[in-house]
Design a binder for this molecule. Structure first.
Ligand code: 5GP
Length: 188
């Protein structure tokens, strides 16, 4: 039996990772996280083969040339991220469901590729202003980068109509419950 594919995309600062981690921590729905490849360096606390497969620029280019990706994107200038074909098949061929945390364009592309085998969910901030507040209170970005992320978020929100479903992350526990219900209904 083959597993199903769940795509979660959102602009930066919408709580996407928090929602995904909360659902994975519950351990229901036989879900496994798809580990992407990237050429960005690991952050402190990140491990190769757990958070990402960390590749050099050459290794990433080689994987593109060998057609090893389902999709890949240059999410930030010079920073590539991609979903490996073997990562998806490793999980779904064993009958597990796979969850993908990928950028908005990647989300649209994977949905196009897998059609009814995939459910795509877009996480929205309650408003662009709320997103700006959240990024400011997180305190991890300079004012200049907050503006860049907000600008990019406005552009990305324009893609929400191309996803199967969207969920507004106004209240975290409600958003987690809503995403989980959508997944349960889809997986059956
Ligand atoms: P970060 O560097 O913060 O881990 O991730 C930056 C962005 O890259 C996030 O929006 C994340 O969802 C996206 N991303 C991670 N893996 C992939 C992937 O395999 N494909 C695409 N298209 N985006 C990805």
């Amino acid at each position: 039996m083959k597993g199903k594919i769940i795509i979660i995309s959102a602009p930066s600062g919408c709580g996407k990772s928090t929602i995904i981690n909360a659902i994975l921590a519950k351990g229901e729905l036989d879900l496994m996280f798809s580990i992407s490849a990237t050429n960005r360096p690991p952050r402190q606390g990140e491990t190769d083969g757990v958070n990402y497969y960390f590749l050099s620029d050459d290794e990433f280019r080689g994987a593109i040339e060998r057609d090893e990706f389902v999709e890949y994107e240059e999410v930030y200038p010079g920073r590539y991220y991609g979903t490996l074909k073997r990562e998806i098949s490793r999980i779904v061929d064993e009958g597990h469901n796979v969850i993908l945390d990928i950028d908005v364009k990647g989300g649209v592309n994977v949905k196009k590729l897998y059609g009814p085998e995939a459910l795509s969910i877009f996480i929205l901030p309650p408003s662009v202003e709320a997103l700006r507040d959240r990024l400011e209170s997180r305190g991890t970005e300079t004012a200049e980068w907050i503006e860049k992320r907000v600008e990019r978020a406005e552009l990305e929100i324009g893609y929400s109509g191309r996803f199967d479903r969207s969920v507004i992350n106004d209240d975290l526990s409600k958003a987690v419950a809503e995403v989980e219900t959508l997944m349960k209904d889809f997986i059956g």
